[in-house]
Design a protein around this ligand. Structure first.
Ligand SMILES: NC(=O)N[C@@H](CC(=O)O)C(=O)O
Ligand SMILES: [Zn+2]
Ligand SMILES: [Zn+2]
Length: 419
């Protein structure tokens, strides 16, 4: 299809017409399908470097297709699928399967992340080279869900991926400091009598890993940064020129540990929700660029894994369909900031060449149209995700994603997925 996006504001600029043909932003031409975009803002398609799609293995919680649909509805055109599936994505075969499922769904580009260690067990390095040279072209490797705790293994993995400009995305959690942990260690955990996950369990691993990355000259990416102390470690490492990037989730930018007080497991997540002081530090770090990107850590869970006793519930929350509204609610219409932290920088980290570009003639037509003046109440039953574990149920959030285009084809129109 060929489209004329009429009267759209590109990143908040004066309204203009945007033409799309043959998968790219085109020069003006006749005969296009007109999309009335008065009052809408065009952004480069969002890119998520941290998504859990659960396929293969937990198709009752999410599939590549349902997660892709949730992503498109959230304004995304590319997502990086975490490796903690069953079987684990630790071979060329599994990453190629996920990559192929993404192509078949055709709603976003699904870029598989490969595991660092066999079975995420932290003992033996997985076949990183085979995954890199597979059809899935893997560049990000992560044992997310678990920390690569062994420093020697972490060093070797960092060294190994240098050959193909890969990056190790670390879930920073010193396992000995978080045994039995249920929530952030602090005043609230003491009051509730829940075992705490101290901030230092994250900060100690980030400090170690930036030193390792510096030592071997490799790229490190830090997943879901959650504490003010982590921000300081990253600030110092970046000032020294260490090749480190970092992400923050929408929930760590908005929610605090006080929410655990009702023992509703929808608020249980790793790393845990922290304090107001941490939230403020994370917000500032994203503005400063000490934290490079917003990543959803979209973590769908089936009802029986979430609607149970707090201690038995799986950690994790949905994120794809609410990420942009949450960021808008915090930062307001800072479109340049949003485009950089949610599209340009994540595309660069993931090495996704066709994404995160400027919406200029000749570039791939990966974009999303947002109505910043609309407000919506989050209704879990309306989400496209197969799971329902959103912590934002009932909240009124700004911004409605009206349309999304992947290589010039609409994946979302009128706020609805086209397939
Ligand atoms: N964030 C979570 O609480 N859970 C994630 C794993 C992870 O990101 O660590 C999951 O896979 O469910
Ligand atoms: Zn994690
Ligand atoms: Zn995760």
């Amino acid at each position: 299809m060929a489209y004329l996006i009429k009267g759209v504001s590109i990143l908040g600029a004066a309204p203009t017409d945007l033409f799309i043909k043959d998968g790219v932003i085109a020069a003006p031409f006749e005969g296009a399908e007109v999309v009335d975009a008065g009052g809408l803002v065009a952004l480069p398609g969002l890119v998520d470097v941290h998504t859990h799609l659960r396929e293969p293995g937990r198709e009752d919680a999410e599939t590549v297709e349902t997660g892709s649909r949730a992503a498109a509805l959230g304004g995304y055109t590319a997502v990086c699928a975490m490796a903690n599936t069953s079987p684990v994505a630790d071979t060329a075969g599994v990453v190629e399967q996920v990559w192929r499922l993404g192509r078949e769904a055709g709603l976003v580009d699904v870029q598989p992340i490969g595991a660092v260690t066999v079975g995420l067990a932290g003992k033996q390095m997985a076949e990183l080279g085979a995954m890199a040279s597979s059809a899935a072209n893997v560049r990000i490797f992560s044992d997310d869900g678990f920390c690569v705790a062994d420093p020697k293994l972490m060093r070797r993995a960092l060294e190994y991926v240098k050959a193909f400009d890969g990056v190790i995305a670390q879930h920073a959690e010193e396992p000995r400091l978080t045994e039995g942990a249920q929530m952030h260690e602090g005043e609230v955990s003491t009051r509730l009598g829940l075992t705490g996950w101290p901030a230092v369990a994250e900060e100690a691993i980030i400090a170690r890993d930036v030193l390792l990355a510096e030592h071997v000259g490799s790229r490190l990416h830090v997943c879901h940064v959650s504490t003010a102390g982590s921000v300081e470690v990253l600030r110092q490492a970046k000032a020294r020129g260490v090749r480190v990037t970092a992400e923050v989730t929408p929930h760590h930018l908005l929610l605090t540990d006080e929410l655990a007080a009702g023992y509703d497991p929808v608020f249980k997540v790793n790393p845990p929700l922290r304090t107001r002081k941490d939230v403020e530090a994370l917000r500032q770090a994203l503005l400063d660029g000490v934290i490079d990107v917003v990543a959803t850590d979209h973590a769908p869970h089936a009802v029986q894994d979430k609607e149970c006793e707090w201690a038995h519930a799986r950690p994790g929350m949905l994120g794809l369909e609410t990420a942009l509204p949450i960021v808008l609610s915090i930062y307001g219409p800072q479109w340049e900031l949003i485009a950089d932290r949610m599209s340009r920088a994540p595309a660069r980290i993931a090495g996704l060449a066709g994404h995160g570009g400027d919406l200029t003639v000749g570039s791939p037509a990966n974009l999303t149209l947002v109505d910043p003046s609309a407000r919506r109440v989050v209704d879990p039953s309306e989400l496209a995700s197969r799971s329902r574990n959103t912590p934002y149920a009932g909240m009124t959030l700004p911004g409605r994603i009206v349309a999304t285009f992947l290589r010039g084809e609409a994946t979302v129109l009128d706020g609805k997925a086209v397939k």
